[in-house]
Design a protein around this ligand. Structure first.
Ligand SMILES: Nc1nc2c(ncn2[C@@H]2O[C@H](COP(=O)(O)OP(=O)(O)OP(=O)(O)O)[C@@H](O)[C@H]2O)c(=O)[nH]1
Ligand SMILES: [Mg+2]
Length: 445
C-alpha cells in the first residue's frame, strides 16, 4: 500500500469472530453508500442514526440489521463509512461481508481503517498507535494510560517540544541567513534553551521503562523441589484449576504459562520440580527440569516455594543456590500443617488458600515498584527510539554551544532533532514505517 494511492473502498468484520449478540461489518471509502444501497432494504439514510432494515442478496433475506452511516469527513476514517450491525453468528457476519466484497469493496488489511484515519488527518500517529495499545492491552491500567494518548496527551507534549526546537532553529537560521539584520543568538541563551528542551524530552523518556513493562509485562517463575505445591500455588494465584496437582512427586513436566493481571501484566510460570533425576530413567522429567532452570534464568522474579512442614532440605538448598542472586520471594507452603509462625516469612497454604492474598500483595508491590497509574507519558519502542535520537542530537548541539562552535554547525544537530520528532508524530514518515506500525493491528480496526 502506498501513502499516495487513491483510496478504494474497504470492508472488514470489526467484531471478534465468534458467537455473540451482535457483529459489526465496517465499510469505508467512496463506494460505501453505493454498495450498501444495493444490499439494504432501507437506504433512505439518516447520517449518524441507526437505520433499520434487511440485508438482501437477490431477494433472499440474509439478516435483519441496523445500518449506521457516517458521511465524510465526519467518520473514523474521514471517508464515507457504513457500519452494519447484524446478528453475531459467525456465518451471518461472514455472509454479509462476502456480499459487500462481491459488490465492489476490497477486504481491508490489518489496521487499514486506522491507517486511513491517520492519512486523512483524523488522528495523529501517536493516537493511531494508542488505538492498537488499547485493543491489545493486557491490563485495565494499561488500557487507561493508553487512553491518555488517544486523547492526545503525548502528542501535545511532543508538539510543545517540537515548537521549542523549531524556535531555536529559526533563531539560529535567521542569524546565519541575514547576518546584517539579525544578530545570532547568544550562546548562553542557546544553552539555556537546549537544556530546557532536553529536560522535557528526558521527562517523557523517564516513563519509557514503565511503559515497556506495562506493555510487555514481567515474568514470574514458581520454582522449588517436587511436591512442595508449586502447581497448587499457580492455580491458587490464578484462581483457576489450570495445572494438574497430585501427590506424586514429578507431576508437572512441561512449563505452563498464564497471564495474571496485577495492574501490570504478569506471566506466571509453573515449572517442573527440580531434583536430580537419571536422564535414562526418566527422560521426560529430566527435560522438564532443564526447562525449569531456563525459566528460572529468564524470569524477572522468582517465587521460591518450599514445604514448611518438612523444613528446608538439601534439595531445597540446592535450588535456593540457583535463586538467591535473582529477585525472589521465598514462600513457605503447606503452612496448614504447622502451628508455629516466625516473623518475616511468607506463610501460605495453597491448599486452603490461607495467605495467598497476602502473597499476592507482596508480589504486587514487588512488581509495581513503579506506580503505573501515575505514568504521565506512555511511549512505545518506536517513539522512544525517535526521542532518543532527538536527545542525542540536542546533547551534541548543547556541547557545541558550550564550546562556542560555529552556529552553522550547531544548526545541523538541532535540525536532526526536529526531524526525529517529525518522524515520531508522523509528519515525516515513510511507507515502510507506516506499514510496520499498522501491521500490529487487527483486521477491522
Ligand atoms: N496440606 C497441604 N497440601 C498441599 C498444599 N499445597 C499442595 N499440597 C499438596 O501437595 C501435593 C503436591 O502438590 P503440587 O501442587 O502438585 O506440587 P508441585 O510442587 O507442583 O509438584 P511437582 O509438579 O511434582 O513438582 C498435592 O497432593 C497437593 O494437594 C498445602 O498448602 N497444604
Ligand atoms: Mg507441579
Amino acid at each position: 500500500m502506498n501513502i499516495t494511492d487513491e483510496f478504494d473502498t474497504i470492508a472488514a468484520i470489526s467484531t471478534p469472530l465468534g458467537t455473540g449478540g451482535v457483529g459489526v461489518i465496517r465499510v469505508s471509502g467512496d463506494k460505501a453508500f453505493e454498495i450498501i444501497e444495493k444490499l439494504f432494504t432501507n437506504s433512505n439514510f439518516e447520517p449518524r442514526k441507526f437505520n433499520h432494515g434487511w440485508i438482501v442478496n437477490e431477494n433472499e433475506k440474509l439478516d435483519e440489521v441496523l445500518v449506521l452511516p457516517f458521511f465524510a469527513p465526519n467518520s473514523y476514517t474521514g471517508e464515507d463509512v457504513v457500519e452494519i450491525q447484524c446478528h453475531g453468528g459467525i456465518n451471518v457476519v461472514k455472509n454479509i461481508l462476502d456480499l459487500v466484497l462481491k459488490n465492489g469493496a476490497r477486504l481491508a488489511e490489518k489496521g487499514e481503517f486506522t491507517k486511513r484515519a491517520f492519512l486523512n488527518k483524523r488522528m495523529d500517529l501517536s493516537q493511531a498507535e494508542a488505538v492498537a495499545d488499547i485493543i491489545h492491552s493486557k491490563t485495565s491500567n494499561f488500557a487507561k494510560v493508553s487512553m491518555k494518548n488517544l486523547s492526545g496527551v503525548l502528542n501535545g507534549k511532543i508538539g510543545e517540544i517540537r515548537n521549542d526546537i523549531f524556535d531555536v532553529l529559526s533563531k539560529i537560521t535567521a542569524g546565519i541567513d541575514f547576518p546584517e539584520d539579525v544578530k545570532e543568538p547568544e550562546y548562553d541563551y542557546l544553552i539555556e534553551c537546549l537544556e530546557n528542551i532536553l529536560s522535557k524530552i528526558n521527562k517523557v523518556l523517564s516513563g519509557a521503562k514503565t511503559s515497556n513493562i506495562m506493555r510487555q509485562g514481567i515474568s514470574v517463575a514458581i520454582v522449588g523441589k517436587p511436591n512442595v505445591g508449586k502447581s497448587s500455588l499457580f492455580n491458587a494465584l490464578l484462581n483457576l484449576d489450570r495445572a494438574i496437582v497430585t501427590d506424586i512427586a514429578g507431576t508437572t513436566r512441561d512449563v505452563l504459562r498464564e497471564t495474571l493481571d496485577l495492574g501490570i501484566p504478569v506471566t506466571l510460570i509453573d515449572t517442573a520440580g527440580i531434583r536430580g533425576v537419571n536422564n535414562e530413567q526418566d527422560k521426560i522429567e529430566a527435560i522438564g527440569i532443564e526447562y525449569s532452570k531456563q525459566s528460572l534464568d529468564e524470569a524477572d522474579l522468582v517465587l521460591f516455594v518450599y514445604d514448611v512442614s518438612q523444613g528446608l532440605k538439601d534439595e531445597d538448598n540446592a535450588i535456593f543456590e540457583l535463586v538467591k542472586d535473582k529477585n525472589y520471594i521465598a514462600v513457605a507452603n503447606k503452612a496448614d500443617l504447622i502451628t508455629e509462625r516466625n516473623d518475616g516469612i511468607v506463610y501460605i497454604s495453597a491448599l486452603s488458600g490461607e495467605g495467598v492474598n497476602d502473597l499476592k500483595q507482596v508480589l504486587t508491590s514487588k512488581v509495581c515498584e513503579i506506580e503505573p497509574e501515575n505514568l504521565e507519558y506512555v511511549t512505545n519502542s518506536r517513539q522512544q527510539a525517535c526521542l532518543n535520537r532527538a536527545r542525542v542530537s540536542l546533547e551534541q548541539a548543547l556541547m557545541a554551544s558550550q564550546i562556542r562552535e560555529l552556529q552553522d554547525l550547531i544548526s545541523i544537530d538541532v535540525k536532526s532533532a526536529l526531524l526525529a520528532l517529525d518522524e515520531l508524530t508522523g509528519e515525516l514518515i515513510t511507507d515502510d514505517i507506516l506499514d510496520n506500525i499498522f501491521e500490529h493491528f487487527c483486521i477491522g480496526k
